[in-house]
Design a protein around this ligand. Structure first.
Ligand code: TXE
Length: 478
């Protein structure tokens, strides 16, 4: 497969003609190529988006609803094809990719209805005047997405941007652009209006940077690493661009002694290892009350050992391949660091060569204990199938440990004591708190992080507000 750019309704090579190798994580082999674009391609995409801007902004909400629904229906109709492409490109198990394709279609469907329902406020000043707020599209906006949940997160940004009446220049991760390519082909198939959505492929420092630097691209919605987010913010701030940054996490998963332990464990195995631990919401620090520490530790180790690591196409595979060689090496280097820092590896800790995928990038689910809250293992985002266990003696210490990180994306609490749950939820410095559940998502809720986990919120009206510019109009009544 050659992943091309999608500009002004047409698939095209990068202006330079250059291409990047595209690797299959399960085999480590090159299986295709991706357009290696630069600022010239971003400029073409901008020109197409700019030309389509006024028409799309003035397209009736009902029409926008129809187009976004048509995209959702087309993804649903071709789900297996999308899922296979996602799994092959990213390394995740095929069954998981199928679930994610359902969500990608849902993102378009959800924001299709938002286009129909979005409204703005009016403020009456008794008999003196009335104010009303216009919420107009920002114009041409940029969406930059990462490699962990490729189409799921790509659509999560594009859908609200389009629903709010913007035209879009979008860039998927260079590691996982296959399903964005399929989405572009889908747009052509259903006759989606040319120029409204444009996709430019290539490297972050070339294509992403050119998008952030482009003065005509008025807002950037980004999901990715915290250091990239910092760089984007520094570039965009002097141009006063609107920015939504969803960055990394070092999320605590807190189990109290009064929790329903079996229920907590059943979810915790996913919280720790789903999608090879490559989800920004994964709980990489498992905080356990000291009175149940050994019990929980033994059970989680036992469950982790049962997780089958291997060929993403097999139905019984729980852990697929790590997305790229550099990321594979990064995760392994953290396991080495854990040993250097004095941690004990309770299970896992090594790369694997599963049958049929001997040269792929696989890592055993790994559980570490014995490291204090200040160790790098407990403060830096590893973004792989690696968790660290820490005991706590009481609620106060649990809170202190949970908040002892520069990140603030998501926290999970397991307790049957509701008063404690609410008290903790109020004091945890995180954008998302789950109580007795994890990854339970209502697309209307604000989604994003505090502290170094980002700026702004996605989801529901938050996304619609981000992608619109409010304008107050005041009319005197006398
Ligand atoms: O992400 P990058 P990387 C974390 C995770 C991971 C680390 C680095 O810890 O190990 O980030 O991953 C584009 N201007 N997360 O390096 O580089 C890039 O092309 C504009 C957490 O792969 O942040 C891609 O499309 N764009 C995260 C996107 O940014 C730039 C998910 C994300 O890539 C750019 C992924 C630039 N200068 C990684 N440089 C999460 N929170 O979900 C790169 N990009």
């Amino acid at each position: 497969m050659v992943v091309l750019n999608y500009i002004n309704g047409k698939m095209q090579e990068a202006v330079s003609g250059l291409q990047l190798d595209n690797f299959e994580p399960a085999t480590g082999n090159v299986y295709g190529h991706v357009a290696d674009s630069d600022s010239a391609d971003v400029q073409l995409a901008f020109e197409a988006a700019n030309a389509a801007k006024s028409n799309w902004a003035n397209t009736a909400a009902e029409e926008k609803f129809k187009w976004l629904n048509a995209l959702a229906d087309a993804i649903d109709a071709d789900r297996e094809n999308f899922a296979k492409a996602e799994s092959r490109d990213q390394g995740k198990p095929l069954w998981l990719a199928r679930n994610e394709m359902i969500r990608a279609a849902q993102n378009f469907r959800f924001f299709a209805t938002a286009a129909m329902q979005f409204a703005s406020e009016s403020h009456a000043m008794e008999n003196k005047a009335i104010n009303y707020t216009l919420r107009q599209p920002v114009g041409v906006v940029g969406c930059i997405s990462p490699w962990n949940l490729p189409l799921y997160l790509f659509s999560w940004k594009i859908a609200p941007a389009l629903a709010a009446g913007n035209t879009v220049v979008a860039k998927p991760s260079e590691f996982t652009a296959a399903t964005a390519h399929l989405l572009a082909e889908t747009c052509i198939k259903i006759g989606f209006p040319a120029g409204v959505l444009n996709i430019v492929n290539g490297l972050g420092p070339k294509v992403g940077q050119a998008m952030v630097e482009h003065r005509g691209i008025k807002a950037i919605s980004f999901t990715g690493g915290t250091s990239t987010g910092k760089h984007i913010a520094a570039t965009a701030a002097p141009m006063f661009k609107k920015l939504s940054l969803e960055l990394g996490g070092k999320n605590p998963n807190i189990i109290f002694d009064d929790a329903d332990i079996e229920k907590a464990l059943k979810t915790t195995i996913n919280t720790s290892f789903l999608n090879q631990g490559e989800i920004c919401l994964c709980g990489s620090r498992l905080l356990i009350h000291e009175s149940i520490y050994d019990k929980v530790k033994n059970r989680i180790v036992e469950e982790a050992k049962k997780l089958k690591v291997g060929n993403p196409n097999n139905d019984d595979t729980r852990i697929g391949a790590i997305v790229s060689k550099p990321h594979f090496e990064k995760v392994l280097s953290y396991i080495e660091l854990a040993k250097e820092e004095g941690g004990q590896i309770l299970t896992g800790g090594a790369a694997l060569n599963p049958e049929g995928c001997e040269s792929g990038w696989f890592i055993e689910p790994t559980i570490i204990e014995g490291l204090g809250p200040k160790c790098r293992i407990n403060t830096e985002e590893i973004f792989g199938p690696v968790i660290s266990l820490l005991p706590f003696k009481d609620e106060e210490e649990a809170l202190q440990l949970a908040n002892a990180t520069e990140y603030g994306l998501a926290a999970t609490i397991w307790t049957e004591n509701l008063t404690r749950a609410h008290r903790l939820a109020a004091n945890l410095e995180f954008g998302i708190v789950w109580i007795n559940c994890w990854l339970l998502r209502d697309l209307r809720t604000p989604f994003g992080g505090a502290k170094s986990s980002g700026v702004g919120r996605e989801g529901g009206w938050e996304a619609m507000r981000f992608f619109t510019e409010p304008k107050n109009v005041c009319i005197a009544l006398s």
